[in-house]
Design a protein around this ligand. Structure first.
Ligand code: F3S
Length: 285
């Protein structure tokens, strides 16, 4: 089978940085904890757990250090999605170290939310209210509104000054649509800041290019990864048969029945080894 791979796919620099930081701290022998999975990939997370990373749901699960500021003091790793500023304060108050792997592009969005509020704007974050990045972003100013779809605009007061930013992994197309709907609502003033990550946009553009050349698309990555799910939806919108799979083990031969060319792309939290295994096996068929 002829298999084409998207020019841009797989790990982004934000995810790479988080994994490297975790690896370096574990190699130094530190007690490293992470609130939730470090990245949306079970394979990578289990490798880090084997190396000593502890994944917890809450700070209450981390034992208080009897000898603060020592080598054994727990270090809490902030994921590339970032978090609310109060969480960092709480980690410090408990006497733990903070290792901040917030992606620089998420940090930029956080700083903008704070700055726009200080400039007197009401802040709208376009994104998924359940995504950890969005839950962190709304902590950078009071009364931030989250808009995932048009119906979320219904209760916005008219004649206000609104500033709009986006979840970094949101689709550019959906962001443009929501911004258009906000513009149509006759607000007194709106300011739009494009905080969509260029790594995400490049992955989406190369997936669209690939869809034009193949009969079936495979999007590889976790079902919980927002940017991977977004890639799969974008491919479906190009009207190409699309399968979102986590790895080669989920592949079924019927997916390629009667087809001669396939495309492969992958989300920003999918390691190269999983992509290569998938592509290698598909090419053999
Ligand atoms: Fe950062 Fe974009 Fe990756 S926001 S974590 S470089 S998907």
């Amino acid at each position: 089978m002829k298999v084409l791979v998207a020019k841009k796919c797989g790990f982004c620099f934000g995810v790479e940085h988080a994994i490297d930081l975790a690896g370096e701290m574990l190699a130094e022998g530190r007690n490293v904890y992470c609130l939730g999975d470090l990245i949306h990939n079970k394979f990578v997370v289990s490798q880090l757990i084997e190396a000593g990373l502890r994944v917890v749901d809450s700070l209450n699960e981390i034992p208080i250090d009897p000898t603060p500021n020592g080598k054994d003091t727990p270090t809490v790793l902030i994921r590339s999605h970032g978090c609310r500023p109060e969480l960092i304060q709480e980690i410090k108050q408990r006497g733990f170290y903070v290792a901040d792997a917030t992606c620089v592009l998420v940090k930029r969005a956080q700083n903008l939310v704070r700055q726009l509020h200080q400039e007197g704007f009401g802040v709208i974050v376009v994104g998924d209210p359940n995504h950890p990045e969005v839950q962190g972003l709304i902590g950078y100013a009071p009364a931030v509104r989250v808009v995932a779809e048009e119906k979320d605009l219904e209760n916005l007061p008219v004649s206000s000054r609104w500033a709009i930013v986006s979840q970094t992994t949101f689709s550019a197309e959906d962001f443009a649509y929501i911004v258009g709907r906000i513009a149509a609502r006759n607000f007194k003033e709106i300011k739009v800041l494009n905080t969509i990550c260029r790594e995400t946009t490049r992955r989406q553009q190369s997936a669209i290019e690939l869809c034009r050349q193949v009969e079936v698309m495979f999007v590889i990555g976790s079902l919980h990864s927002a940017n991977t799910r977004e890639l799969a939806q974008i491919c479906q919108r190009q009207e190409v048969e699309t399968y979102h799979l986590q790895n080669w083990q989920e592949f079924k031969p019927l997916y390629i029945e009667g087809k001669a060319t396939a495309g492969v792309t992958a989300g920003a939290s999918t390691p190269d080894s999983i992509i290569q295994e998938f592509v290698g096996n598909l090419r053999q068929l």
